[in-house]
Design a protein around this ligand. Sequence first.
Ligand code: NAD
Ligand code: MG
Length: 496
Amino acid sequence: MDHASPPSNARHRLRLAGALELSPSIEKHPINIRERYGHFINGEFVPGQGDESFATVNPATGEPLAQVAAGTEADVDAAVAAARKAHDEVWSKLSGLERGKYIYRIARRLQERGREFATLESTDNGKPIRETRDVDIPLAAAHFFYYAGWADKLRYATRGAAANPSSLGVAGQVIPWNFPLLMLAWKIAPALATGNTVVLKPAETTPLTAMLFAELLQEVDLPPGVVNIVNGAGATGSHVVSHPGVDKVAFTGSTQVGRAIMRAIAGSGKKATMELGGKGANIVYADASLDQAVEGCVDGIFFNQGHVCCAGSRLLLEESIADEFIARLKRRVETLRVGDPLDKNTDVGAINSKGQLATIERYLEIGREEGATVWQGAACQKPDAGYFVLPTILTGVQQSDTVVREEIFGPVLACLTFRTPDEAIRKANDTEYGLACGVWSEKTAKVFRTAHALNCGVVWANGYNLFDPASPFGGVRHSGFGREGGIAGLWPYLKA
Ligand code: NAD
Ligand code: MG
């Protein structure tokens, strides 16, 4: 038996506390990948109006999976026109109760086809099947269940101003590749609950679960045009957010692209939410339960290969426990299995793309040049084919180092030490980002004092990467603005 299994399973159970398990009677569909994909516009799969296309690959092998159309301005025009018509004539006219029924159907169907979505996501993205099966897909379904419940209760969502707050119109949504279906759910569920219609652009390296989701929308008979999906890369995304027919922009991705989008929509009157990068710190005090903290820090950075905006990519250790903690951390990391995303024993899967692999390797090189000690470990060798990085721990680094300041977005943990809580807080806040942090201590007062002083959107206490659809998520400073999840996730989609 794999000796790494019990702690890994425990951490997945932990992350799912309060969320939904996939139904035990999951349909075991084999996955069915088409040779070519176009777009999903006005309820139909269409080939797209341009000639350009790109391949999406399986990052565990480097082999292409399918050819995908690059959406043109004309494709985006058609999608926005369909969304506008569906908004004005159908979706905004339905009662909240009726909208909610559709959203519940989407949620249930996602659960029923969960195994198929999980397999497809792991194939296109590279993340371990245990994560897609136990985290990504159930949480995506949970978001639809949660927001379905809000659809007929919107009068309680805003603070007094409007007795029945109304939708904004067409939402233009652009999402990243690290949680493709989950980010789609975070975007589409609140938009539909509030009566908005959607033009969504998936990330170019992970379009496949969005296309399967479009099939599911046909199955549940969602009225045509309510959700439109246009494939493509940055240029297509830029057409979506800049389109004059789009009333609200929702973006998740890098800080750099977030800035470009804000410049593009400046003065347009569009509402926007930005979920951008991060450089989260896990602060471990000497009085923490060290076993629990080791588990949380491993999860904080190696979950999803570290392709997590809120990853705990910096570890701040109280000096008196630093050596012992790093030794324990390395022992634990040596039990992680790196490899085939579709093997249920895999803990760390493939890096999503060749480009991201090159970025991570470049950061490791910079780290070495700046004097870091680079340690890598795992229970098995990294596979020869595909894009893989072994779990990496950097020691001998300081605040001013590039690897401590910049987002690497890979399985790389930078370790620093502190002597006092004030020093821990100062170091944790010494970043241009402000998305998430973790605090580990058995002393409640210390946890709260530290949490209040941290300048970020989310703080986890004695845990990490815990998500719940009822809980708002989002950042401050260069990590963005606006919240997704919970009641706060409705506000950006409503005329309050
Ligand atoms: P990215 O910014 O390069 O791409 C994100 C999306 O934006 C993709 O769909 C891409 O095609 C599109 N895009 C690129 N240029 C565009 C433009 N000019 N106009 C409109 N759309 C454009 O980021 P990525 O590499 O896909 O994702 C990784 C980044 O996303 C990391 O920095 C990570 O921290 C961040 N992220 C943040 C959150 C969050 O909730 N805060 C969640 C996941 C990822
Ligand atoms: Mg892919």
